[in-house]
Design a binder for this molecule. Structure first.
Ligand SMILES: Cc1cc2nc3c(=O)[nH]c(=O)nc-3n(C[C@H](O)[C@H](O)[C@H](O)COP(=O)(O)O)c2cc1C
Length: 187
């Protein structure tokens, strides 16, 4: 029987939304019946309808979006009964090899264990982030100013001033989606 998947994400600037869309594209190409919701804007469907659930959030000032966190917390009981759960974030810190492991621990693993899940049973990952320093950026002017300063003064930031900087590793994102797809198809 066709397996059904829910991808529920919270985003502030669009990065986690794009990662979720890529997941959905790969899963649909593999005949998974995939629903994607923005937990802030869309109605939350009943989780009983899904065989597998993926939850994602962007990180700002060390925090998940409040709606993504609420979605995760509210559904703990039902999610514990699912055979497949994945959790992911898009985080600026995770873009840098020297900060990746810490970002994964504090932004992904911590919430999973805090909510009482077994880390070994939840597929999880921290993906890098986007710093949009272009004219059309959704970033506030002050945030943009500080990020532009980092772009100018800190070479290790890998950022270019006044440009759209995508520090996500799309191979990592695709591999994660492929692995998740394989596991869901085997349920
Ligand atoms: C104001 C601001 C604060 C941020 N704070 C953090 C942070 O504390 N930790 C982090 O890893 N990334 C931080 N980032 C980077 C974001 O995590 C990155 O842009 C991510 O792609 C955002 O995902 P979203 O577009 O789905 O919200 C910050 C970005 C901005 C603009």
């Amino acid at each position: 029987m066709t397996k059904s998947v829910l991808i529920a994400y919270g985003t502030r600037f669009g990065s986690t939304e794009e990662i979720s869309s890529k997941f959905a594209e790969i899963m649909r190409n593999n005949a998974l019946d995939t629903t994607v919701i923005n937990v802030k804007k869309d109605k939350w469907p009943p989780l009983d309808d899904f065989d597998a659930v993926l939850i994602g959030s962007g990180i700002k000032m060390g925090k998940w979006t409040k709606e993504a966190k609420r979605f995760f917390k509210k559904n703990v009981k039902t999610l514990k009964e699912k055979s497949f759960l994945a959790v992911f974030v898009s985080s600026g810190e995770a873009s840098y090899p020297e900060k990746y492991q810490e970002a994964k621990e504090k932004y992904v693993q911590k919430i999973i264990t805090d909510l009482g899940f077994d880390l070994n049973k939840v597929m999880h990952e921290a993906f890098g982030g986007v710093f949009d320093l272009s004219n059309t950026s959704k970033m506030g002017w002050l945030d943009k100013k500080f990020s532009n300063m980092a772009a100018r003064d800190d070479e290790s930031s890998n950022l270019t001033e006044n440009e759209y900087n995508d520090l996500r590793d799309w191979n990592q994102i695709q591999s994660f989606a492929n692995e998740a797809t394989t596991r869901i198809l085997q349920l």
